[in-house]
Design a protein around this ligand. Structure first.
Ligand code: ADP
Ligand code: ZN
Ligand code: ZN
Length: 745
């Protein structure tokens, strides 16, 4: 009597669409009682061997003469729902199955296998990433007043690095070089403590003091709604400082009390020691943290804590949604509207929509928190698919800061050619005089440029798609990157006939120069991609700002997130317009979200805050919504516009990018693919393009794209996948289907 299943269904871990279906293999009798779903196995594939994952077992197969599994490479790697979810993701996002399976693999990616022979017997071992000896020790600052001897520069640097919280000796070595002698000295002098890593679980976060607050009525209602809604998606809308995080913490407590696990996603950029510290302060060692700044070994270590059931709360960026928790009960996605929840390489999944699918097909509750919920989340609430919960007020005594909108066209007309309006100039003067702090935000999205009339603020837009036209130096033309419409650049402003029709944009360096020239005694910390590259650069810039007695933090998008410094009284937005004119139908929504988020940085402490927003388009709905603190001003207008032009969430959109080095091949294949899509197009769908992608050239590749629009909920993924399999790309051409795209680069 054979009680064991004899056939295993195995997904081969190779990136090709040809291997999208599981293969059947025979289970040898001696392996039978160790085979489980999720096991990595070694199997013969053609003349080679390959690693695969068992995704199912059966008692028979429709194929004869099955080849046997050669070895089991380890215990089950991933969550019980891994295969079903991977299958769904592959279909939904038109991605190869192996790519989707990979999401569930432990950090380190494709398992590597080594052959071992012991006493003539061959065994296969899976090589797992390990934490190196150097990473294995944690350095903590004990005496912050300790002064190293003059000239002990390395010791000084180590102490600086530790001011943000404990760091592993491995991280110190990566950043500062050979540190062991200097560390030894510091340890002997009692300035630092060096311990084994166990009491530390991977992130260099100083745990904040934890105060479990008495909930406000709105918070209590929200927590109750979450706890009473297994299998639902709850959209938690509340401005920064309204106490969303406290709601998350309570909901997690409830989940843990029920013996289940929680996953918390935050955007990578706000996965700061501050954020992590709050979860650790409440849940201590039950927390595992997954983020890209950890080494592979460290991430594997954190991942294993969850897999072994030691960690019950996983905090991480997008991919932490696939962490191997035992019994998932709650998923929290903070800043739900952030586009970083969409993966930009295959499988191009959206963590929010995958989470919603998990909720729909199980009893997992999903909480989507945001001060500015996405149009998608709002539409789902409007349709009663998702549930709304609100935190309408800040919990702190201080209200929201005053927002002042400045019309830069009028400033220019009045003779002010500086990048600072008189209102912002005065506000910076006030920061200097009162010795407080200010944050200046330079809205920069490097790639696409547009033309702007400096007198009336006019920006040319596409009549078909309602997006800004992109300026191209070559040929001096304006182009729509959604539908391909193109026109010559006008010489004077079509609206006011001003000759000041200019390309728009200034870099942080130029702004910094102007600040230094005008306020030479004001300290400025610059934070952008150039100044924060390298490990810990971001934290160092923040620490430098924190250390200032008074001064300015000048930065790009990255200053908008998660900063919580009570002494900041001024937030200045130098150029609100950049995001407004992105060649993307979400431009207005993004602008609003960004402005709302930066404004939230002011007035978090005792002093009232002031936000100054400089714009050439003061009556744009995003600007009016921020000024009036009324999101509905924007959303009402956006709903109508998107419904009439036909964009998400009222139409489902796919963007297919075709790229390659030979422009003629890219052009001809994109036309062929466009024709194939059109020919098979279901009733009521449309194809736009092919047209040049907004980023028409990247390195040496030439890029075009096609857009498909369909009704909400349409099966776009399977359709695209099917057409692609019948119309495969020729050699040298890459096709990237993006279902529900969040950008159109
Ligand atoms: P959000 O996540 O919405 O920005 P937080 O949860 O960070 O808001 O709350 C903002 C501040 O208010 C935090 O310092 C938090 O500790 C505090 N806080 C949260 N809830 C309460 C409450 N019910 N009573 C008093 N303070 C609270
Ligand atoms: Zn004009
Ligand atoms: Zn267009």
């Amino acid at each position: 009597m054979d009680m064991h299943p004899s056939v295993a269904r195995v997904v081969i871990d190779v990136r090709t669409r040809a291997l999208d279906e599981p293969f059947d293999y025979a289970i040898p009798v001696d392996l039978a009682d160790r085979i489980a779903i999720g096991c990595p196995v070694l199997v013969p594939l053609g003349t080679r061997r390959a690693v695969g994952f068992v995704v199912g077992v059966a008692s028979d197969s429709r194929f004869d003469n099955l080849r046997p599994i050669e070895a089991i490479l380890g215990e089950s790697l991933s969550r019980a729902d891994a295969y079903d979810l991977a299958r769904w993701i592959a279909d939904e996002y038109a991605a190869p199955l192996a790519e989707a399976m990979r999401l569930f693999l432990p950090p380190g990616g494709t398992p590597k296998v080594v052959k071992r022979e012991v006493d003539g017997a061959v065994t296969w071992d899976l090589v797992r990433p390990t934490v190196s000896a150097a990473e294995d020790r944690v350095v903590t600052l004990l005496d912050s007043s300790y002064q190293p001897k003059a000239g002990a520069r390395l010791q000084r640097s180590i102490l600086d690095a530790l001011r943000m919280g404990p760091v592993t000796s491995g991280e110190l070595a990566a950043e500062l070089g050979a540190v062991s002698a200097a560390l030894k000295t510091l340890e002997q002098r009692g300035a630092v403590e060096v311990t084994a890593r166990r009491r530390w679980r991977g992130e260099s976060g100083r745990a904040r003091e934890d105060t479990a607050h008495t909930l406000t009525t709105a918070q209590r209602d929200a927590v109750e709604k979450i706890c009473a809604s297994p299998g639902d998606v709850i959209v938690l809308e509340g401005v920064t400082g309204s106490g969303k995080t406290e709601v998350y913490l309570r909901a997690i407590e409830h989940t843990l009390a029920a013996g289940r696990d929680a996953i918390v996603l935050v955007p990578e950029i706000s996965l700061t020691p501050q954020t992590v510290g709050r979860f650790r302060a409440r849940f201590g060692n039950l927390v595992a943290v997954l983020h890209s700044r950890l080494s592979v070994g460290e991430r594997f270590d954190q991942w294993s804590l969850a897999a072994q059931g030691d960690a019950k709360v996983v905090v991480g960026a997008r991919s932490a949604l696939f962490a191997p928790v035992r019994d998932l009960g709650l998923v929290i996605i903070d800043e739900e509207h952030e586009s970083s929840y969409k993966q930009s390489s295959a499988p191009r999944y959206h963590a929010r929509d995958v989470a919603a699918h998990i909720a729909e097909s199980s009893s997992v509750t999903v909480v989507l928190g945001s001060a500015t919920p996405s149009m998608e989340a709002r539409a789902a609430v409007d349709d009663c698919r998702w549930v709304s919960a609100m935190l309408p007020e800040r919990v702190t005594a201080h209200g929201l800061p005053e927002v002042r909108i400045v019309d830069m066209g009028a400033e220019f007309g009045g003779g002010n050619r500086s990048m600072f309006s008189s209102a912002l100039g005065d506000a910076i003067d006030a920061v200097r005089q009162r010795k407080s702090k200010g944050v200046l935000f330079l809205n920069r999205r490097g790639f696409a440029s547009f033309l702007l009339c400096r007198e009336c603020g006019y920006v040319p837009r596409c009549g078909n798609c309602s997006v800004s036209l992109t300026y191209h130096e070559r040929g001096d033309r304006l182009t729509c990157h959604h539908c391909g419409h193109t026109e010559p650049t006008p010489v004077t402003c079509p609206r006011c006939e001003s000759p000041y029709l200019r390309r728009f944009g200034a870099g942080t360096q130029r702004v910094e120069d102007e600040i230094r020239a005008r306020w030479p005694d004001l300290a400025v910390v610059r934070m952008d991609a150039d100044t924060t590259s390298g490990k810990g650069g971001h934290e160092r810039a923040l620490a430098a700002f924190e250390d200032l007695e008074s001064g300015l933090l000048l930065g790009t998008q990255m200053v908008a997130k998660g900063l919580d410094y009570p002494e900041v009284t001024l937030v200045g937005v130098i150029n609100a317009d950049t995001t407004m004119h992105l060649p993307d139908f979400r431009a207005a929504e993004r602008t609003y979200q960004l402005l709302e988020q930066v404004s939230g940085r002011a007035g978090r402490g005792e002093d009232p805050g002031l936000v100054v927003v400089q714009t050439y388009w003061p009556d744009h709905p995003a600007i009016r919504a921020v000024a009036a603190r009324d999101a509905e001003i924007l959303y009402a207008e956006e709903r109508e516009l998107r419904a009439s032009v036909g964009w998400a969430p009222y139409r489902r959109v796919a963007n297919i990018v075709i790229s390659g080095e030979t422009s003629s091949t890219v052009t001809s294949y994109s036309s062929t693919l466009g024709a194939a899509l059109t020919e098979n197009l279901p009733e009521g769908w449309e194809v736009l393009g092919p047209s040049d992608a907004a980023l028409a050239r990247v390195k040496r590749a030439y890029r075009r794209h096609l857009i498909i629009k369909a009704e909400p909920g349409a099966a776009l993924g399977p359709f695209v996948r099917e057409v692609l399999s019948r119309c495969p790309a020729p050699a040298g051409i890459a096709v990237a289907p993006d279902i529900d795209p969040v950008d159109f680069l």
